[in-house]
Design a protein around this ligand. Structure first.
Ligand SMILES: NC(=O)c1ccc[n+]([C@@H]2O[C@H](COP(=O)([O-])OP(=O)(O)OC[C@H]3O[C@@H](n4cnc5c(N)ncnc54)[C@H](OP(=O)(O)O)[C@@H]3O)[C@@H](O)[C@H]2O)c1
Length: 274
């Protein structure tokens, strides 16, 4: 991501926090920071920004060592609500600025047009509320529309569901052509792929865990990824994936597991590119 303008880029491995609430969110983020994670992914709708912020503050880790992402929810995309919601996120997180601010879904509840909310997103960066901006759950059609408002260079990432059972190949190819980095979410399909025979076989050959193999598969294809875990043992195992290299044959064998098994599919979601 050399086209961006500051030194501190997004670490390829982040800690996801979807579903983590209250004390569990606080303890999990605290443990992740202790294990060595420096990239934390939250969102307004996760209802844990305050706990994430407290864990960050209590960790004592210098702000400039961390990369914190949050996402603006569907009900906050109108110009009347957008910026106040970002200020509220920052207040809960106890930060003056996030590193990355994403549009969570291309699905505004108020029907706000994309050009309008993307201009708000850009304004949040101009106001210094975030260092980078990006999108999430954007399909090829959504990205084409977005590229009429923002340059590809301004879109730091498209955060989308990517795991061995949903490789999202078409969208990834489009993003690669445009130079838009992919962050793969739900890398384990919420645990489903970890009992897959092919993945277990590759894991055994490397004497690593299935989870490490899945994360190494994401890295091998140039993606960042943000698994979540509430357990130190799993956080450590996931962190250890950073030095696991898979062969091209292993990457291709995992790519063949794709069966369009989508996990995140709320009613307001666009159809994924097939
Ligand atoms: N942008 C979006 O719309 C969007 C949508 C969904 C998710 N996300 C982001 O992506 C993140 C990851 O997705 P996710 O949390 O839904 O699913 P996930 O990371 O695919 O899976 C999490 C599950 O895997 C288990 N796990 C983690 N590490 C493990 C290991 N080493 N061995 C065995 N099990 C392990 C966890 O259990 P334990 O807690 O017991 O370890 C948890 O049940 C979210 O937290 C969120 O930040 C973004």
């Amino acid at each position: 991501m050399s086209q961006h303008d500051t030194q501190r880029e997004m670490p390829t491995l982040g800690m996801g926090t979807f579903r983590l609430k209250g004390e569990v969110a606080y303890e999990s983020v605290k443990m992740a920071l202790d294990v060595g994670y420096r990239h934390i992914d939250t969102a307004q709708i996760y209802d844990n920004e305050a706990e994430v912020g407290k864990a960050i503050a209590d960790s004592g880790i210098a702000r400039e060592e961390l990369f914190v992402t949050t996402k603006v929810w569907n009900s906050k995309l109108s110009p009347a609500l957008f910026m106040d919601s970002v200020h509220e996120s920052l207040e809960k997180l106890g930060l003056k600025q996030v590193d990355l601010l994403l549009i969570h879904w291309p699905s505004p509840e108020e029907g706000t047009e994309m050009a309008v909310y993307l201009k708000e997103l850009k304004r949040a960066k101009e106001l210094g509320l975030t260092r980078y901006i990006g999108v999430s759950n954007f399909t090829i059609a959504n990205l084409k529309e977005a590229l009429e408002v923002l340059t590809a260079d301004e879109i730091y990432t498209n955060q989308v569901e990517v795991h061995p059972y949903l490789t999202n190949q078409k969208l990834r190819e489009f993003c690669q052509q445009q130079g838009i980095h992919i962050t793969g979410y739900m890398p384990f399909a919420v645990g489903k792929v970890l009992s897959d025979d092919t993945i277990i076989k590759i894991a055994n050959q490397h004497q690593r865990s299935p989870a490490e193999v899945v994360l190494a598969w994401e890295f091998a294809q140039g993606m960042a990824t943000i698994p979540s875990s509430t357990k130190r043992k799993n956080l450590e195992s996931n962190f250890a994936s950073l030095d696991l290299n898979l062969s091209d044959e292993e990457v291709q064998a995992i790519n063949k597991l794709d069966c369009s098994d989508r996990q995140a599919n709320p009613g307001f979601s666009p159809e994924w590119d097939q």
